[in-house]
Design a protein around this ligand. Structure first.
Ligand code: SF4
Length: 379
């Protein structure tokens, strides 16, 4: 049996502009590095292929960034051809690409369809131009809505990212963004609270008092409003931050939440293969330099023992609204849940943050609001 994971992530680290809150692995206005990135990516993929000895069958491919659609149409075709040489997406497989509304014209969407993309994840963030300006996003609401409509026509499956907890973003602005998203032909919506990552310009501006964090209470109300509106509109709330129309859950991300293994390529990309988690160098330049000399560039590498794997699976599984089957978990990891994590389990149940029903353990609504800390208790 083929021992390699059947899910692949590939990182495209280029953006038009570096938004002040973003700490992803990327470079902006350095498009001259794109040809070099292609060479290095090819080397990284070829090295893997040499180990695998064959073109690998996969069920999901996810091209993230950065902004993959910042690449030109010929570059996107080149990327598609490179991926095709290495991986064989199985019939019915999911082939996602992250995108920004900027510059996503009809011709580019058609090129994406030609290379096989069948799911587009659009970083719209808001349909309020003031919020978009504050986030330093370069698109505007009306243009984004038009791109969504066109993308749905060309590619079928469109997902939106929306952000709450943005300074100055009122509940009515958030509500209007949700309503506008619901009115568009999208099958999946991810909602995230703005995070203040150390080292970003936003973090510094907040420290200097130039930007005000949203009140926790407001952020919570915005999250609850998203749940109410999106589920009311027929989206299934299937993961802490994710909502999907029936049959449109993100299969690639489900691999992460099911604690299954996945391959990853490109600067900053993180993989989980044969029990080892590792992350490529987050510095794009360092990653390029290293691969230019034919050397892999890995920053963190951690070999997870059986206990760690089981604990992570609990943490990830609880992010799913249906939770996980305790019986299945115990069979898979060969350990009793109560023996492994009795204290965290008992505490979560006692506090009403977890519930155990019909053999499934999941977060309650109260637990959902504290998802990060309740799930971290199992690590
Ligand atoms: S477009 Fe997206 S990936 Fe690029 S800098 Fe902005 S938030 Fe980050």
């Amino acid at each position: 049996m083929n021992p390699w994971p059947r899910a692949v992530y590939l990182h495209v680290p280029f953006c038009l502009h570096h938004c002040g809150y973003c700490d992803f692995t990327l470079v902006a206005r350095r498009d001259h590095l794109i040809p070099q990135w292609f060479d290095c990516l090819q080397r990284e993929l070829e090295q893997h292929l040499a180990q695998a000895g064959t073109r690998l069958p996969v069920d999901t491919l996810f091209i993230g960034g950065g902004t993959p659609t910042h690449l030109s149409i010929p570059q996107l075709r080149q990327l598609g051809a490179l991926i095709d040489r290495c991986f064989e997406l199985q019939p019915g497989g999911e082939y996602s690409m992250e995108a920004n509304p900027d510059g996503l014209e009809l011709e580019k969407l058609q090129a994406l369809r030609q290379i096989g993309i069948n799911r587009l994840s659009l970083g719209v963030q808001s349909f309020d131009d003031d919020v978009l300006r504050l986030l330093e996003r370069t698109h505007r609401a009306d243009g984004a809505a038009e791109v969504v409509r066109q993308a749905a026509e060309v590619l079928g499956s469109v997902s939106l990212d929306l952000m709450f907890g943005v300074p100055g973003q009122t509940q009515s602005s958030w509500s209007a963004s949700l309503e506008r998203a619901i009115g568009l032909p999208v099958v999946h919506i991810s909602t995230y609270g703005l995070t203040w990552e150390q080292g970003t310009p936003f973090y510094r501006r907040q420290r200097n008092g130039q930007l005000q964090r949203a009140e926790e209470e407001l952020e919570r109300a915005q999250y609850l409003l998203a749940i109410e509106r999106l589920t009311g509109a027929g989206f299934e709330h299937y993961e802490v931050s994710n909502f999907a129309r029936s049959g449109h859950q993100c299969r690639h991300n489900l691999v992460y939440w099911h604690a299954e293994e996945y391959l990853a390529f490109g600067p900053g990309a993180a993989r989980y293969v044969q029990g080892v988690r590792s992350t490529n160098c987050r510095s794009v330049v360092k990653w390029l330099r290293s691969w230019a000399e034919g050397q892999a560039c890995v920053e963190d590498e951690e070999c997870c023992d059986a206990e760690q794997r089981a604990r992570e699976a609990i943490m990830l599984g609880l992010r799913l609204r249906r939770g996980f089957s305790v019986e299945e978990f115990e069979r898979r990891f060969g350990v009793q849940l109560s023996a492994l994590a009795g204290r965290a389990l008992e505490q979560g149940l006692r506090r009403g943050q977890l519930e155990l029903r019909d053999g499934w353990l999941r977060l309650t609504e109260a637990g959902l609001l504290l998802a990060d800390s309740v799930t971290a208790d199992f690590l």
